[in-house]
Design a protein around this ligand. Structure first.
Ligand code: SF4
Length: 335
């Protein structure tokens, strides 16, 4: 029998030394590699499709994610707590130690063909952005998209990263076989706030350009207006600016999501709040108490405002022309 050895793109990355008996649990189960200052734990996923807990209050029932952990490092990320189960912390480790499920596409193919799978829509990227930096090397998403397309299973890709544009051909092909959607999250368009709470993510302008490019390429893309930060980005001006810019990007829909602070995210976010807005700490304590969610009446008020603005700016009504703006990064690159 001939054994076929396939060289994967990440095989060229250096393996890390054994760190001794104090190694985190995940390191005992994974192949560990160093990638541009990021530690990658390569594992074989035992399960691809995971149920999204109702408590997360997301419009998705099922999710699959090739990565756990995320170099975008959003301080509020609800996925942070998952790192604790790996023997890692929910703060700096979540931002710099990424679990990579190298077999996710194969696993997904098997589960989608299983007799108990009812073909529900799947969200990609809830435990880590599926187009974060590591994806440039691992290239797991093209195969995952192909598997979902071939199975005729509807799916939504959630991302803040321009790297999704690399896979437009795969997304378009899958779109001929099933309902494919992208959701780019832009909770606000204030760049100074973005640098503080989403330090490793692309700026809002770049994300809106991605939304426009996807729509122009025939991949319907909505804006997930997430998160809206109470008392920071929930003013009428902030909401209007964000919805207007989403409309200019041709977003097919906009879904407002008020900041949630589950354990893991709460501690990390509050460190930032304490440093940048110490006067808001008691007001956040009053708003959230011990709950991960802001009060329902507050969230309903925000949702109503965003709905009204979406109506005013015509989101979802028809395809709109993208009014190009130059992102600051691009302007700088021209200097
Ligand atoms: S991009 Fe998404 S998955 Fe990544 S840290 Fe931010 S919220 Fe979490």
């Amino acid at each position: 029998m001939r054994v076929l050895l396939i060289s994967m793109p990440w095989d060229a990355l250096p393996l890390l030394d054994d760190g001794g008996p104090q190694r985190p649990r995940i390191e005992r189960q994974a192949v560990t590699r160093e990638l541009d200052g990021i530690t990658c734990y390569e594992v074989a996923a035992r399960v691809a499709l995971e149920r999204v807990p109702a408590a997360a209050e997301l419009p998705y029932a099922w999710a699959a994610s090739p990565y756990r952990g995320c170099t975008a490092g959003c301080r509020y990320c609800a996925a942070r707590r998952g790192h604790r189960y790996l023997g890692l912390d929910a703060g700096g480790d979540f931002d710099s130690r990424i679990v990579v499920k190298t077999n996710l596409a194969d696993r997904l193919r098997r589960e989608l063909a299983g007799p108990r799978w009812a073909g529900e829509a799947v969200a990609l990227g809830l435990t880590g952005d599926c187009y974060q930096g590591a994806e440039e090397t691992y290239r797991l998403m093209p195969q995952i998209i192909r598997v979902l397309g071939e199975a005729g299973n509807p799916f939504t890709v959630l991302t803040k990263s321009p790297l999704i544009l690399r896979d437009v051909p795969e997304l378009r092909e899958a779109g001929k076989l099933t309902q494919v959607r992208a959701a780019v999250s832009v909770g606000f368009v204030d760049e100074k706030i973005r640098r503080g709470v989403e330090p490793g993510a692309a700026g809002a302008q770049r994300r809106l350009e991605v939304c426009a490019a996807l729509n122009e390429a025939g991949v319907p893309c909505e804006v997930l207006m997430a998160p809206i930060l109470p008392l920071i980005t929930d003013s009428a001006d902030h909401l209007r600016a964000t919805v207007r810019r989403a409309a200019e990007a041709g977003a097919v829909a906009i879904t407002p999501v008020v900041l949630r602070l589950p354990a893991g995210a709460r501690e990390w976010f509050m460190v930032w709040l304490e440093r940048e807005h110490p006067g808001l700490v008691p007001r956040y304590a009053a708003l959230y108490g011990k709950s991960p969610a802001a009060p329902p009446e507050y969230r309903a008020g925000i949702a109503a405002q965003v709905r009204e603005l979406a109506e005013v700016y015509g989101i979802g009504r028809q395809a709109r022309r993208w009014k190009r703006r130059r992102s600051p990064a691009r302007q700088l690159s021209l200097v």
